[in-house]
Write a protein that binds this ligand. Structure first.
Ligand SMILES: Nc1nc2c(c(=O)[nH]1)N[C@H]1C(S)=C(S)[C@@H](COP(=O)(O)O)O[C@H]1N2
Ligand SMILES: [Mo]
Length: 323
C-alpha cells in the first residue's frame, strides 16, 4: 500500500474552502470611479477591466516564502507575440484585446464538450492564490502570485474518454484586436499541449488573475495556462480552445524550430538551448527598474525547483532527448 507523504507545497485541508469564486464587478466599478485608483495604474489606462479585484481567493502555501515580482513588473515585461515581439509591446498594445465576453470551446475526446462562457468554465471551483516561480526559455524569471483553479478540476468536469492522451490548447485568432497577428511572426493560432498526467498534475492551473486582480490583458486575459515547472512558452495565454486528443500535439515553438524547442520543455539547467546556456536566470523583481540586465543572476533549478512534485512524471525518460 502506498502511504502518501505530504509535500511542503501541498495546501492544508483546512485551507480548502468551498465557496464559489465571484469576480466582483461592483468593486471594479467603484475602483474605476475613483480617479485616484486610475491615476495609480496608468499602464492600464486603456484596459477596461484594469484593477478589477477578485473576491474570495483562498491563500495557499504554494510559494508563500517567495517575494513576488511587483504587478507593474509582471505586466510591463511580457512575451505575447499576438501584440508584438518586443517585451514592451504587449503592455503598449494589448488594450485592444476584448476579454469580455469570452468563450472557451471544450472539444475532442470527452463527454461534456461545447462552447462555454469562460466564467462557466471556472464556476464551482474555489479560486486559489498560487505563488509560482516562472522561468522563460530566454533565461529571465519572475515570481508571480497567480489566482486560478486547478486544470484537473476542469478536465474532470469534461469527462475525457480513454482516447484522451494529451490536452491541446489554442489562443484566440483575431487580427483586428491582436495587431501582432497581422504579421507572420508566428503561425497563428498559438498552440500548446500537455500530456494528460501533466495537465492533471495539482501544480497545473488555469489562471484568471495576478496579485488579486483580473489578469491584465498583456498577461493573457481572461484565462491562461500556468505550468510552473516548464519554460514560460508552455503557459499559453488568452485560451479559446481546450481539446482532448490522442496524439502528441505540435506546439507553436516546436513548429517554429524543432531543434531548439521540444514538446516537454521542462526547465532543465543541465540541457543548454542550442544557442545559450540554461544554467542561470535573471530574476526580475520589478523593483529598481525593469532592465533585465541589472537583475540578480541566480542558479536555475531542475524543473524550476518543483522536482519533488513533478520528477516522477518523467521517470525512465531520457530528458536530453525528451527536451
Ligand atoms: N498566446 C501566447 N501565449 C504565450 C506567449 C505568446 O507569445 N502567445 N508567450 C509565452 C512565453 S515565451 C512566456 S515566457 C509567457 C510569458 O507570460 P507573462 O508575460 O505573463 O509573464 O507566456 C507564454 N504564453
Ligand atoms: Mo518565454
Amino acid at each position: 500500500m502506498l502511504i502518501r507523504i505530504r509535500k511542503a507545497s501541498d495546501p492544508k485541508a483546512s485551507e480548502i474552502a468551498s465557496k464559489d469564486a465571484i469576480l466582483n464587478r461592483r468593486a471594479f466599478m467603484q475602483a474605476a470611479a475613483a480617479a485616484s485608483g486610475v491615476a495609480l495604474l496608468p499602464m492600464f489606462a486603456n484596459d477596461a477591466r484594469a484593477g478589477m479585484k477578485i473576491e474570495n481567493v483562498m491563500k495557499t502555501k504554494w510559494g508563500a516564502e517567495e517575494k513576488p515580482t511587483t504587478l507593474k513588473g509582471i505586466s510591463s515585461y511580457n512575451n505575447f507575440y499576438e501584440f508584438g515581439t518586443g517585451k514592451e509591446d504587449p503592455a503598449a498594445n494589448a488594450h485592444t484585446l476584448k476579454p469580455e465576453p469570452w468563450t472557451v470551446e471544450i472539444a475532442g475526446a470527452a463527454k461534456n464538450t461545447g462552447k462555454f462562457a469562460y466564467e462557466d468554465v471556472i464556476k464551482g471551483n474555489q479560486l486559489e492564490e498560487r505563488i509560482y516561480r516562472m522561468r522563460c526559455v530566454e533565461a529571465w524569471s519572475m515570481v508571480i502570485p497567480w489566482v486560478g483553479v486547478p486544470l484537473a478540476s476542469i478536465i474532470k468536469k469534461a469527462e475525457p474518454s480513454s482516447n484522451a492522451k494529451y490536452v491541446r490548447f489554442e489562443t484566440l485568432v483575431d487580427p483586428k484586436t491582436m495587431p501582432g497577428q497581422r504579421s507572420r511572426a508566428l503561425d497563428w493560432p498559438y498552440v500548446e499541449g500537455l500530456r494528460m498526467d501533466e495537465a492533471m498534475h495539482p501544480l497545473t492551473i488555469l489562471a484568471v488573475g495576478i496579485h488579486g486582480e483580473v489578469l491584465p490583458n498583456q498577461c493573457g486575459a481572461p484565462i491562461r495556462l500556468v505550468v510552473p515547472w516548464k519554460y514560460g512558452f508552455k503557459s499559453i495565454k488568452s485560451i479559446v480552445k481546450i481539446e482532448f486528443v490522442e496524439k502528441e500535439p505540435v506546439n507553436t515553438w516546436q513548429d517554429q524550430a524543432a531543434s531548439e524547442y521540444g514538446f516537454y520543455s521542462n526547465v532543465n539547467p543541465n540541457r543548454d538551448h542550442p544557442r545559450w546556456s540554461q544554467k542561470k536566470e535573471r530574476r526580475l523583481t520589478g523593483e529598481g527598474g525593469l532592465a533585465a540586465l541589472f537583475a540578480p543572476s541566480i542558479d536555475t533549478m531542475m524543473f524550476n525547483g518543483y522536482a519533488e512534485e513533478v520528477a516522477g512524471l518523467y521517470s525512465g525518460m531520457d530528458l536530453q532527448k525528451n527536451f
